[in-house]
Design a protein around this ligand. Sequence first.
Ligand code: AMP
Ligand code: FE
Ligand code: FE
Ligand code: ZN
Length: 285
Amino acid sequence: MSVPFHGPSDLHLHSDRSDGTEPPAGVMASVHRAGLRTVALTDHDTTSGWAEAADAAVSLGMTFLPGMELSARHEWRSVHVLGYLFDPDDEAVRAVTDRIRSSRLTRAREMADRIGRDFDLSWDDVQAQTAVGATVGRPHLADALVAIGVVRDRGEAFAGILHPRSDYYVALYAPDPVTAVAAITDAGGVAIIAHPAGRAGLLPKRIVDGMLDAGLAGFELGHRENVEPALGELRRLVAERDLIVTGSSDYHGLGKPNQPGEHTTSDEMVARIIAAGTGSAPVHP
Ligand code: AMP
Ligand code: FE
Ligand code: FE
Ligand code: ZN
């Protein structure tokens, strides 16, 4: 019954439908060149790149998993929930992603206004860095600041002007992590917490338990931002509960140093994701 696929697999990639720098087909060409053979497109809060990416992936002989990185928030910290194989037309998923994207737009304009009081930055400059219909975010503000010569790269912008503690920062609307997991899971998808062991440390146990109760399937343990000792704690939780573990690059084209395939997901884990996802189907060559 199962259709054959094989790795190397990288299940966390961004195109210019969010904050990557290449169109979906360009991302597929880049990651194929890097040797990957099973991939997912996971733009922030949008599924608009799926069709283009699937066509490109399949024509290159790769297996494609539809995905998304859904923005969530617990108190002050942002939580990214990767969703795979969910139904993109599900009402709750559409409602929450529409609301996030609309809040992102208002928020980016407000940040551009605030920055514009001190630097020669206009909303036009930001739009010039944002593909039509893309999920806008701080990376596009960063690219605009690079274009007008205020900073050298995205990293410098994030360390200063765009930092959450900067006076220019504005928060965006994002659902709580349990709601985010429930939206993906109820739409037939597989929910995995992206880069769960970053510098901010682990989410409180109560929140992780709530996410597991809502159907959370696993953790992206292979990611350059994860650090010990949080990583070790999650390894223990995963073993105890037999959860899914992924490893991925979080490739953003030229927007981040992350290189395709720098972390990968095992064939066994990809098979578990494919077996669990019922809201949409993988696309095979
Ligand atoms: P936002 O969701 O609009 O607040 O922006 C967060 C996004 O910015 C994340 O998706 C990251 O991919 C990206 N990001 C965060 N820090 C950096 C950095 N230092 N360099 C490049 N991109 C970053
Ligand atoms: Fe991003
Ligand atoms: Fe993320
Ligand atoms: Zn990401």
